[in-house]
Ligand binder design. Structure first.
Ligand code: NAD
Length: 475
């Protein structure tokens, strides 16, 4: 049963959202020349701020600022000095963590307990981790004197706005590159607050530049001739377009794209833990997670028991106000994303899958989708093949480990997978068979700055995080 909790809202008073924001170029906020756009709170549809759109000339100014800072200051500085700036940034993020968490939840819609306990601590950890590498690059196994690439153009999505920024900026700066980063159009606010942190840390002007805007701004950035490195996280479709745009140039590229991970539960798995792992795998961050465990593969002999317990657990999930500390599932990030989730769910029903959601009341304003599972799913169903990027789980069954591997690998993606079993030997065998960049065993959605992350096949190429994450930023 679901206990009634009194609301426990986190106060918004700590954040100071300005009515409008410019671009962050050469250490200062400047006006953009494009049309401005609004960022809204997805949980209420309230307009939060007017955001400048960077056009081609603005992107050019940002790349020039990054080039100057690279040539005159950043690439000349010792690794130890660069590390000091990164440590300073990490500490400021920790000091301002509540502000970042509240702002992220307001602009993105994710529950405060996730932004507070997962996103922001991982952001700080990432900066601390790469700060430590800045003066040790010659021991990273990348040659005796690895050199920076120059200016990095970085484009990130809306699902983990600040965390994706950290994954991009921390290793780039540690290696001596300067950056121009474009946050997603629906979630620009924490990147703009990060720009203030750069000022507070006295980071030399031009080392970090933030240009806001949508696809056109991103296109201008990745195709700018003076960008040496392109790092992109987002959809496979846009990733493909970027790969084409940079083909034949000298630019180095890292692409982190979509996923359709299998979360595989064997009959000897501890069922309650597995159920927690299934819930975390697909309902964490509303399922807006590229490595989400969106395909549950459960061994036939325990399928009924696992499903019963999963449904019971789902009845306790609280959907609602992202700033309420009791909330488990927040708002869908945009009306557009909600429409995609609805459309794929309707297709699943029309293809014959059976839909189930726990009874739950959704707020009347904003964008919401109840946690949903589909049973009776076959591998041919679109719901089992395409990335939903929402709180929607497809359930399939298997009889033997071999069948589990075949089904798990039957996808154009290859980002992550989960294995739940009591047997260590089976974990190791499964990990060697699964074509996925990350395989979790008896856990899911665990991240650490020291461990590399990235995919195979249509999930992209290159690794972020860990020592491997340095490779993409040096020659
Ligand atoms: P998206 O590809 O539409 O947008 C991502 C970013 O690219 C945004 O900042 C957008 O403005 C920009 N963009 C759009 N068109 C562009 C173009 N032509 N050139 C350059 N930039 C362009 O994706 P989304 O809907 O924002 O994010 C969801 C997708 O991201 C999902 O498919 C998800 O799997 C993927 N994702 C992957 C990872 C990973 O690490 N592999 C992490 C998070 C999200």
């Amino acid at each position: 049963m679901k206990f009634e909790y009194a609301p426990a809202p986190e106060s918004r008073a700590i954040v100071d959202i300005k009515p409008s924001y410019g671009l962050f170029v050469n250490g200062e906020f400047v006006d953009g020349h494009g049309k401005s756009f609004k960022t809204i709170s997805p949980s209420t549809e309230e307009v939060l701020a007017e955001i400048a759109e960077a056009d081609e000339a603005d992107v050019d100014a940002a790349v020039k600022a990054a080039r100057r800072a690279y040539a005159r200051v950043w690439s000349k500085m010792s690794g130890a000095e660069r590390g000091k700036y990164l440590f300073r940034i990490a500490r400021i993020i920790q000091e301002r963590s509540r502000e970042f968490a509240v702002l992220e939840s307001i602009d993105n819609g994710k529950p405060i307990k996730e932004s507070r306990d997962v996103d922001v601590p991982l952001v700080a950890a990432h900066f601390f981790y790469y700060a430590g590498w800045a003066d040790k690059l010659s021991y990273a196994g990348l040659g005796s004197d690895p050199q920076p690439l120059g200016v990095a153009g970085q484009v990130i999505p809306w699902n983990f706005p600040l965390l994706m920024l950290a994954w991009k900026i921390a290793p780039a700066l540690a290696c001596g590159n300067t950056v121009v980063l474009k946050p997603a159009e629906t979630t620009p606010l924490t990147a703009l607050l990060f720009a203030e942190v750069c000022q507070q840390a006295d980071l030399p002007p031009g080392v970090v530049n933030i240009v806001t805007g949508a696809g056109e701004t991103g296109r201008a950035l990745v195709s700018h001739p003076d960008v040496d490195k392109v790092a992109f996280t987002g959809s496979t479709e846009v990733g493909r377009a970027i790969a084409k745009a940079v083909a034949g140039t000298e630019k180095k590229v890292t692409l982190e794209l979509g996923g359709k991970a299998a979360n595989i539960v064997f009959d000897d798995a501890p069922v309650d833990q597995a159920v927690e792992g299934i819930v975390n795998g697909i309902f964490f961050n509303q399922g807006h997670v590229c490595c989400a465990g969106s395909r549950l593969l459960v061994q036939e002999s325990v399928a009924e028991e696992v499903l019963d317990r999963l449904k019971r657990r789902m009845k306790t999930l609280r959907v609602g106000d992202p700033l309420d500390k009791n909330t488990d599932i927040g708002a869908i990030n945009s009306g557009e994303q909600l429409a995609k989730i609805r459309a794929l769910s309707e297709i699943a029903e029309s293809e014959g899958a059976e839909r189930w959601s726990p009874p739950c009341e959704l707020p009347s304003n904003g964008f919401w989708f109840a946690p949903t599972i589909f049973t009776g799913v076959s591998q041919a169903h679109r719901i089992a093949r395409e990335e939903v990027f929402g709180p929607v789980l497809s359930v399939l069954t298997f009889r033997t480990p071999k069948e589990a591997v075949e089904k798990a690998n039957n996808t154009p993606f290859g980002l992550s997978a989960g294995v739940w079993t009591d047997k260590g030997s089976r974990i190791l065998w499964m990990a060697s068979q699964l074509r996925a960049g990350v395989v979790w065993s008896n856990t899911f959605n665990r991240f650490d700055p020291a461990s590399p992350f990235g995919g195979y096949k249509e999930s992209g190429y290159g690794r972020e995080g860990g020592r491997h994450g340095l490779e993409g930023y040096v020659r």
